[in-house]
Design a protein around this ligand. Structure first.
Ligand SMILES: [Zn+2]
Length: 269
């Protein structure tokens, strides 16, 4: 599932491609991806200008000039492509937004969705989310304060969107490897120095992944060399049996909260 770095990468690319442009056509192949009947959705969205694109946690928010918003969550398997009809990937498209002869294709939306919401509706959808880990108001003090409320395993804690927003299965493994902490370790067992390290690793790992363009398999447009660079830079996630880049011991896989978890049992303590 795309996490904070992948959605941040999409946000930046979308700002380049469609910010300020008018939607000239809407094609819906899968009504279940919407929160409204197709006809009503099209009526509300077509001819609107996209004023801006923001990210919150793993969501993207498209601001329309009628004051409403499109809320996108890609969930498992969803991705985006932008281009003309010749460049369109040979895949089923659930939703298509057109900008003249260029189109934004929403692909692989099975659990993922695109909802048309008023500002109050949007606020309700996002109100449960915890702080953004890369925003300046996410300070060490705030993190330490939040940590005091947590009792469970670090892996489970990092996945909790009400604790910190935007981290999923992949980057939680990478963050804990970077911080040299075991995923099963309890938040209550952390020493002060380990807490500080975890705070720093959250930011370092996420920032680096954004710079690499996240891990999405598919390019966002033809000739896109930015998207997907993080995929070959994973240290532990999905690397069971491979050598730990830090100490050389084989990486192990376990299940924590029914999520596959990868770590090094030698250099993570
Ligand atoms: Zn190691």
């Amino acid at each position: 599932m795309p996490e904070l770095p992948e959605m941040e990468n999409y946000k930046c690319l979308l700002q380049e491609k469609i910010q300020g442009k008018q939607i000239t056509g809407v094609v819906i192949q899968r009504e279940k991806s919407l929160n409204l009947p197709t006809e009503e959705f099209v009526q509300r969205v077509n001819r609107q200008k996209v004023l801006g694109i923001d990210r919150r946690a793993k969501y993207l928010i498209f601001h329309l000039d009628n004051g409403d918003h499109l809320l996108l969550h890609l969930m498992l398997g969803g991705w985006l492509f932008y281009g003309n009809t010749d460049e369109k990937p040979k895949r089923t498209v659930q939703v298509q937004l057109s900008f003249g002869n260029q189109h934004l294709y929403f692909i692989g939306l099975r659990l993922g969705y695109l909802h048309e919401l008023s500002t109050p509706q949007l606020e309700v959808q996002l109100q449960h989310l915890g702080p953004e880990p890369l925003e300046s108001n996410f300070s060490l003090d705030r993190f330490l304060h939040l940590l005091q409320t947590k009792r469970g395993a670090l892996k489970t804690m990092l996945l909790d969107q009400e604790f910190i927003a935007g981290i999923g299965n992949r980057y939680s493994d990478e963050i804990l490897w970077h911080a040299r902490l075991l995923p099963e370790k309890k938040a209550t067992e952390l020493e002060q120095e380990q807490k500080v390290r975890l705070f720093q690793s959250i930011q370092t790992v996420l920032r680096q992944a954004i710079q690499w363009g996240g891990y999405m398999d598919e390019a966002f447009y033809q000739g896109d060399v930015q998207t997907g660079g993080a995929k070959n830079n994973m240290n532990v996630h999905d690397r069971e049996g491979e050598a730990c880049p830090r100490c050389g011991n084989p990486i192990v896989k376990v299940e924590i909260s029914s999520r596959n978890t990868f770590y090094c049992h030698i250099c993570q303590k």
